[in-house]
Write a protein that binds this ligand. Structure first.
Ligand code: AMP
Length: 215
């Protein structure tokens, strides 16, 4: 099964993607995580991408496409994948579609996650990430067992630089500028589902599983 998870930053799509990835045993491919990992590894792509990330802007397609397409085409994705944060604009959606055509594959499901700006800003404000394995935590909704330390790998948690309130507003604005074209592209395809993310994670997770079990 191949999934695309669309939605604004902080809407909770990463959390849902992580759970579904475990349940379906398919990789969770977060373009944001891949870019951050590239930066940590000091690759030229990561270094070039960093200034866009810091400013809340989209990284140029050529850089993102290179790392995401490389993953999709790899053996670990042969049974499917969940794309989280990619595509982010119409041109990436078209590249993804052409790439999959070339591999004789298609996207089965596109989940579009929505929430109000207020909910998003509040969720991002409390978000903490593991510096080693990228696991996500939240000051209010998902505390680690030991404060500031990841439950999974014991590494220290941090707040992403681009999760500061000013940059979050830029990221939201960037999302809004691109989302209409992206929705127009996917809405008319089969397997498009809108998910309201105002509620709690468990309820959202159940909704996704219900949609999949009814298919
Ligand atoms: P995320 O972790 O999905 O919130 O992404 C963090 C940042 O990485 C974004 O604000 C962008 O700067 C960059 N980024 C992630 N995915 C993409 C993408 N598909 N296209 C362009 N930039 C991206």
């Amino acid at each position: 099964m191949r999934f695309v998870f669309l939605g604004p930053p902080g809407v909770g799509k990463g959390t849902q993607a992580e759970k579904l990835s475990k349940r379906k045993n398919i990789p969770h491919i977060s373009s944001g995580n891949l870019l951050r990992e590239s930066f940590k590894a000091k690759t030229s792509t990561g270094i070039k991408a960093q200034k866009f990330i810091e400013n809340g802007l989209l990284v140029p397609d050529t850089l993102v496409v290179e790392i995401v397409v490389g993953k999709i085409d790899s053996a670990e994705c042969s049974h499917g994948f969940i794309l989280d944060g990619f595509p982010r604009n119409l041109s990436q959606a078209r590249i993804l579609s052409d790439t999959l055509d070339g591999l004789g594959k298609t996207i089965d499901w596109v989940f579009s996650f929505t929430a109000s700006d207020e909910t998003i800003v509040n969720r991002i404000a409390g978000r903490r990430i593991c510096g080693n394995c990228d696991a996500q935590y939240h000051e209010t909704f998902k505390l680690p067992l030991n404060s500031d330390v990841c439950d999974k790998c014991g590494s220290e948690l941090y707040r992403r630089d681009d999760d500061n309130p000013e940059t979050v507003l830029v990221r939201l604005q960037v999302f809004k500028e691109q989302v209409r074209d992206l929705m127009d592209f996917y809405r008319k395809k089969k397997g498009f589902v809108e998910v309201d993310c105002e509620g709690d994670n468990l309820g959202i997770r159940r909704e996704i599983l219900e949609v999949l079990s009814g298919s």
